[in-house]
Ligand binder design. Sequence first.
Ligand code: NAD
Length: 279
Amino acid sequence: MGRFSGKTAVVTGSGRRGGLGEAIVRRLAAEGAAVVLSDIGASRDAATPDAMIGANAEMESLASELRAETGSPISTGVCDVRDFGQVKALADHAVATHGGLDIWVNNAGIGYIMKPLLEVTPADWNAVIGVNLTGAFYGLRVAAEIMVSQGRGGRIINIASQAAKSGFPHAQAYTASKHGLVGLVRSAAIELGPHGVTVNNVCPNHVTTGLGAWQNEYFSKVVGAASVEDYLAQMRNRIPMRRAGLAEDTANAVAFLCSDEAAYITAESMNVSGGEEPH
Ligand SMILES: NC(=O)c1ccc[n+]([C@@H]2O[C@H](COP(=O)([O-])OP(=O)(O)OC[C@H]3O[C@@H](n4cnc5c(N)ncnc54)[C@H](O)[C@@H]3O)[C@@H](O)[C@H]2O)c1
């Protein structure tokens, strides 16, 4: 019996190896939750290239591993979070397969459409906002409806970012989308609190996931670092804890916010940044 035995969790964007989503599903399943892994599964357009997303076979192999390792009930659901109907179907799948819904983590995000401000197109802007902010709203909307009707509370968590608190060059839409999540939880928490549903953001700084590795390459050029290693060394030096984040740091924060100990914490945007982001 683990802390989350008897609970069902859905984690979007959790089918890519090495991602924050993988660490979160591993942690929740290890502590007994029934977990629905979900990802877009295949490229659908220019905003979701194969090289940057969790493929279906990758998600299925991760799900098989988790079943064998944890013994917890694990299922999968392909879902493009930009499509409200698919997000609703994912939530319905969780209820039909596992008997309810207690934890929803909006983890799906894109952070590889980065350009100087004067080169950003309306399509670039809409692509990022569509996944990171609108997709998270869709998840929150469907999860909240089920949790309120079940009447047993719940946990909704967005994986936001340090970009929810501070600005970054070449990342206007990314930064705006993540700042938007701060407003979203502050507003939703007011209406969901009376139902025992908490709504929070977790805000990591730098983690070398698939997305993080792409960003390391990109920003090492933007800041004129001699190499990616040099860029990473500069990063470590400005972080009080003297290291970049690990996916497990984010998973630890998510697990805490999902626990009974966090029952009185809502509307928060919790930094997991080794002290780099103090606000
Ligand atoms: N890695 C970091 O340094 C870092 C820092 C702060 C915040 N974040 C956030 O953490 C989250 C996870 O990122 P990650 O670093 O693990 O990268 P990742 O690329 O491993 O994970 C992102 C996932 O989102 C999925 N996704 C993309 N578009 C989707 C769509 N339309 N529908 C459904 N799924 C979709 C991808 O397939 C992928 O599995 C993102 O929201 C990201 O913005 C990451």
